[in-house]
Design a protein around this ligand. Structure first.
Ligand code: NCD
Ligand code: ZN
Length: 343
């Protein structure tokens, strides 16, 4: 097959940051995706409807006019989120979910939740209003091995959470392990997961190939090959509970290539092409459309896109870098050749 036409996809987990760099990263996502769930981990975080609406305007202001790209906003959950904010968010129709970061788990998560029990009144309101909770599913306990933090999160946090809020809509974001794939596969309809391109394409060896390679470091960190295989099996099965979320997370070159480099992989420049390569490897290109274009919209209760995109089997080379304010942004697979290209 050298040409693949699918319904326009959406990105259900995206970081675009703010201010000047929006001009670089928003057009990358808008070249292909119809909609994206925008993560709220700015400094300071987007915790209110008013802030989210202002942020949406800043994104809209840099969206190329010939694109029908829509930013779907989220709120950042804190210990102090007011349950009434959820009603406001729902009424705005612009806010589609609330994001839970365990305090200290990842980039800009200092204001995250220290103890989920502090947010029960908010979760109650979300359950009642059908507002999805998006989970960064890793425990932060320094005693727990960094490669086990997702599996331990499922046992210690997610299972009790589902027991307490049995009809709360939940997305376990950027899953990386066999345990997560199996858990979500067996969970009820209103509990789903997003999967990034890097976790489908690479195992943890990629971080250490020939030296330490910070542009392959994200959180949750890449795992063993057996886990990558479990994720490929999950998407190849055509199960509607798994859908596309790039977790494209831009950082400047200086913040990545650093003695204490930031977590985050930038993939928006070639997101759908990366997924096409992963699905092709798995012999599952026929399952790409459901994963990329249908199941996320269905989960969020939004209409599926109607326009189409075409992917061509046509080699092209990813640039060395993009401008990122007055710094550089190193894209995933910089200077490497891609097999698929957006037509
Ligand atoms: C994200 C970021 O940089 O904002 N980083 C990452 O490694 N995925 C935060 C996140 O989603 O964990
Ligand atoms: Zn993320």
């Amino acid at each position: 097959m050298d040409k693949l036409t699918i319904t326009q996809p959406d990105d259900w987990h995206l970081h675009v940051r703010d201010a000047e760099v929006l001009k670089t990263v928003v057009p990358h996502s808008a070249r292909c995706f119809g909609r994206a769930i925008i993560m709220p981990n700015l400094k300071p975080p987007v915790t209110t409807t008013t802030q989210a609406l202002a942020y949406r305007q800043r994104i809209q202001a840099v969206t190329p006019e010939n694109r029908n790209f829509q930013a779907l906003m989220t709120l950042y959950l804190t210990d102090n989120t007011d349950p009434q904010e959820i009603q406001k968010a729902k009424d705005s129709t612009a806010i589609h979910a609330v994001k839970y970061y365990p305090a200290g788990a990842t980039t800009n998560s200092d204001s995250g939740v220290t103890d989920l029990s502090k947010t029960y009144a908010v979760l109650e309101a979300m359950q009642t209003l059908g507002m999805p909770l998006l989970l960064h599913g890793e425990v932060t306990d320094s005693q727990v091995d960094v490669f086990d933090r997702e599996a331990v999160f499922i046992d210690k946090i997610l299972i009790p959470l589902i027991k307490r809020f049995p009809s709360l809509k939940i997305v376990l974001e950027h899953i990386t392990t066999r345990q997560a794939a199996e858990f979500i596969g067996a969970a009820p309809e209103h509990i789903a997961a997003t999967i990034t391109p890097q976790h489908l394409l690479y195992n943890r060896n990629e971080i250490f190939k020939g030296g330490i390679r910070p542009h392959y470091f994200c959180l949750p960190v890449l795992k063993r090959e057996q886990h990558r295989q479990a994720l490929l099996d999950a998407v190849s099965s055509g199960n509607r509970k798994f859908f596309l979320g790039t977790d494209s997370a831009p950082h400047s070159q200086a913040n990545k290539e650093n003695a204490c480099g930031c977590a985050g992989i930038y993939s928006a420049h070639a997101a759908i092409e990366f997924y096409a390569e992963a699905f092709e490897q798995a012999g599952a290109l026929d399952k790409l459309e459901g994963f990329a274009s249908f199941y996320g919209a269905d989960f969020y209760g939004l209409p599926r896109n109607t326009s189409k995109i075409t992917l061509l089997k046509q080699a092209w080379t990813i640039p060395d870098y993009y401008h990122f304010n007055d710094e550089k942004l190193i894209p995933l697979n910089a200077n490497q050749t891609m097999r698929w290209q957006l037509g």
